[in-house]
Design a binder for this molecule. Structure first.
Ligand code: GRF
Length: 211
């Protein structure tokens, strides 16, 4: 199926390794997209530096400058709209988004979460998995809905928990899968192969694979 080039807006609060995975996938021709803007809520985030290194505009918006979450998100929506963003990617974004953003981009906000949802929602998902004692965890790419870490699931990848894992080693192993999964999910979007049916995301098979 032919893919369009989709304009992404990436929201990131930290290191930005998932943003980097998107930029690498685009550069290598594995993702038909461009990152039109990166927005961060934290002045110490590395993600904006990675964006600027790739020639992409990056903006840091301090939450303290806005009286409410809704007003913050209204400014985010304006910045995204100004550069023609079609899909918003939450890549390590630590703020809870409001309906102001979700209604401006209906079924077009995508998040990556480091667990197999619906297990271990919220912060420190890797630590939660270790403490619970599960033997398998992983990561999930999903559409964002109004309830945190609950939207329709696009892709998941499983990662085993090893006997000597620490939060750091497990997070690192999950991250490798995140870096593979997030570009793959966005490429499926670009190819028009994702359909939301109720809670489920149906993935249309690749036309080439049918022959
Ligand atoms: C990732 O583990 C992601 O799943 C979670 O936050 C982390 C962000 O990492 N939401 P990075 O900033 O992309 O390196």
């Amino acid at each position: 199926m032919p893919s369009r080039t989709i304009a992404l807006g990436v929201l990131a609060s930290g290191r930005g390794s998932n943003l980097q995975a998107l930029l690498d996938a685009i550069a290598e021709g594995r993702l038909a997209a461009k990152v039109a803007i990166v927005i961060s809520d934290r002045s110490d985030a590395q993600a904006p530096e990675r964006a600027r290194a790739a020639g992409i505009p990056a903006v840091t918006l301090s939450p303290r400058a806005f009286p409410t979450r809704e007003e913050y998100d209204a400014q985010v929506v304006k910045l995204l709209g100004d550069v023609g963003v079609e899909v918003v990617v939450l890549a390590g974004y630590l703020r809870i988004v409001t309906t102001v953003l979700l209604r401006a981009f209906p079924d077009r906000v995508i998040n990556i979460h480091p667990s197999l949802l619906p297990a271990f929602r919220g912060l420190h998902a890797q630590r939660q998995a270790l403490e619970y004692g599960v033997k398998i965890t992983g990561c999930t790419v999903h559409f964002v809905s109004e309830e945190v870490d609950s939207g329709a699931i696009i892709l998941q990848a499983a990662v085993p928990i090893l006997g000597d894992d620490t939060e750091a080693t497990l997070s690192e192993r999950i991250l490798e899968e995140e870096h593979r999964l997030l570009p793959q999910a966005l490429q499926l979007y670009a190819e028009g192969r994702l359909t939301i049916q109720g809670r489920r995301v149906v993935i249309t098979p690749n036309a080439h694979a049918l022959h």
